[in-house]
Design a binder for this molecule. Sequence first.
Ligand SMILES: [Mn+2]
Length: 344
Amino acid sequence: MRRLRVLLLADTHLGFDLPHRPRVERRRRGPDFFANFERALAPARRGEVDLVVHGGDVLFRSRVRRELVHRAFAPLVEVAGLGVPVVVVPGNHERSQIPFPLLAAHPQVHILDRPRTVRLEAGGLAVAVAGFPFQRQEARARFPRLLAETGWRDAAARIRLLCLHQTVEGARVGPSGYTFRGGADVVRGRDIPAGFAAVLAGHIHRRQVLTTDLAGRALAAPVLYPGSIERTSAAERHEPKGFFTLELRPGGAGGRLERWAFHELPARPMVDLEVAAAGLDAARLAARLQSRLAAVDPDAVVRLTVIGEVAPGAATVLGAASLRSLAPPTMTLTLRRPRQTPVR
Ligand SMILES: [Mn+2]
């Protein structure tokens, strides 16, 4: 029996920490995001999937340089050029304003820039991919109408997919597992109708698959969040990063998800480091920082918190250039000053 193999990635945040003209020479995180983007697309380049879906937030913010847009979208256009159709849901960082002329360059790159349903042939099957761009306001209340506006019910297909860049109830984020429930921007599980094989989603940066609503009732279709491809904030410090491959088969209304696999990508460790500064002169504070930083993985992204009152003569040690000189060159360091420390 025929099957559809889908590669699902999302929240690539390309351009993160990638200044066009850096003022200081230090390791940037930007290249890691591009490297993971390429790693995630590798199965598509090898011909191991029939369809690529990007769940949105291709870019790290909505206003970016044109060169960055080109760099970010070129790999997707290349994959489409190899004969693998690509569908992109505009995320909150696209503001549904992805540069369409660039992408319209390839007929197999489809942008869900308004509520619509893309019909395509993939894996030898008629596939319908419905969706709409990220809705900032009242997504919960608007969801049923937006979905109807895609016209998905009229699209004859063996397999139907719904693509979103939204929060669906039950999604969890953060180290303590905060669960989204009833907010105006949270889509209700029961509003997902029968007739889709799966909901492919971006926006939530933690990898997860939702199969029930908050009341424990089975969703009409599983909701899959592959999560971001690299850590974008400390809230993601414990999360594995990667992408999904899915296998779907025809059957019932809209087909069914038969199996899925998560493929982990390399992500830099994130470390919180607290250093007490009270009573130390400049030389001693520098020595303490250096030894504490030396004990951390040199590849880490470190959030440094300095506790206690910093002696007036020692404040220069906490300057950006000074801190860089105390840390291994491969480390990324940011300084957090707790409120009780007087700011000079
Ligand atoms: Mn995002």
